[in-house]
Design a protein around this ligand. Structure first.
Ligand code: PBG
Length: 326
């Protein structure tokens, strides 16, 4: 009879033994919690395709951020939904815009008890629903850069800690860094959606943020999910342009790219577990096919295991609750 020379089960014998050898950890400190704030809203609005996620009126923002900080989550990611949209996306860089107002209010109430991150993009703010400025039938890269820089500066004036460009325009990090520095915001950091893929997992978000493109799609600017080398080049380019944190988006179907980024670059890596990932878990657990808590735990751990330092996730609050309990 032959015996196994290595018995890996020895370190699985008890709960405490398993705790002792646990390699990957997960904590509320790993999370960035998305917050949707909508202009002119009176009461919270449920987002149909994203169970338990709501759009908030400005008046509810303090409550929401209070809940988030009480759970031990260190950061939020703000998304604004404006009342007025136009071709230039001008409500995105209005100093009195909805995102800017939310930033001012959160800063006043919470000081440095929360890291305020804000999305820098145009699709919620343009009548075209595109992430850049449309000229003719094209999304014009270099015109868009000026606008993205203006958005970042106006958010910085309001008191944002970190701007998070998600428009996938070439040169967006460099343009934003330059504008922030020129305006004296040298300490405002940039977490770029470096490799943001052209993904079908964003569908529920477009419901949430009213930002679906009115014509065409985002294929001319977002990264094809077939091209891993191109994703790495996006990350490398953002690093060359002075980014502080890189992001891979979505997360679950892109764990290989998170791992690859972690191996190749010495920079903090964020993963964005997007709306479709959330909606699938919610739907399956509501049907009783999976256990929501268990499956969420496993998904978030795998994103950490792949190498993410932080995760933007719609599970931030619910996962923090169960992590605090365990
Ligand atoms: C828009 C934006 C999108 C998401 C974040 N910012 C949607 C898109 O590119 O169409 C998706 C986030 C999610 O699905 O959770 N710039």
């Amino acid at each position: 009879m032959s015996f196994p020379s290595r018995r890996l089960r020895r370190l699985r014998t008890s709960e405490k033994m398993r705790e002792l050898v646990q390699q990957t950890t997960l904590s509320p400190k790993d999370f960035i919690c998305p917050v949707f704030v909508q202009e002119d809203l009176k009461t919270r609005v449920k987002i149909e395709s994203m169970s338990e996620i709501e759009r908030l009126p400005l008046d509810d923002i303090n409550d929401e951020v209070g809940t988030i900080t009480d759970l031990g989550i260190p950061a939020i990611m703000l998304f604004g939904i404006p009342t007025k949209k136009d071709e230039a996306g001008s409500s995105a860089f209005d100093d009195n815009g909805i995102v800017q107002k939310a930033i001012v209010q959160i800063r006043q109430n919470f000081g440095d008890k929360i890291v305020i991150m804000a999305d820098v993009c145009l699709c919620q703010f343009t009548s075209t629903g595109h992430c850049g400025i449309v000229q003719g039938d094209k999304i014009d890269n270099d015109t868009s850069l000026g606008t993205l820089a203006k958005i970042a500066v106006s958010q910085a004036k309001a008191g944002v800690d970190t701007v998070s460009p998600s428009a996938m325009m070439d040169g967006q990090v460099a343009a934003i860094r330059k504008a922030l520095d020129e305006e004296g915001f040298k300490d405002v950091s940039i977490m770029s959606h470096s490799a943001k893929h052209r993904s079908n997992f964003y569908a529920p978000f477009r419901d949430a943020a009213e930002c679906a493109p009115k014509f065409g799609d985002r294929k001319t600017y977002q990264v094809p999910y077939t091209n891993a080398r191109e994703s790495m080049l996006e990350v490398e380019t953002d690093i060359d342009e002075g980014v502080d944190i890189v992001m891979i988006k979505p997360a679950l179907a892109y764990l290989d790219l998170i791992a690859e980024t972690r191996r190749r670059f010495n920079i903090p890596v964020a993963a964005y577990s997007v709306s479709g990932e959330y909606a699938m878990v919610k739907a399956a657990s509501q049907l009783g096919y999976v256990n929501e808590k268990d499956i969420t735990d496993e998904i978030l751990y795998s994103i950490k295991r792949a190498g993410a330092d932080m995760i933007v996730t719609y599970f931030a609050k619910s996962a923090s609750r169960f992590l605090q309990e365990s």
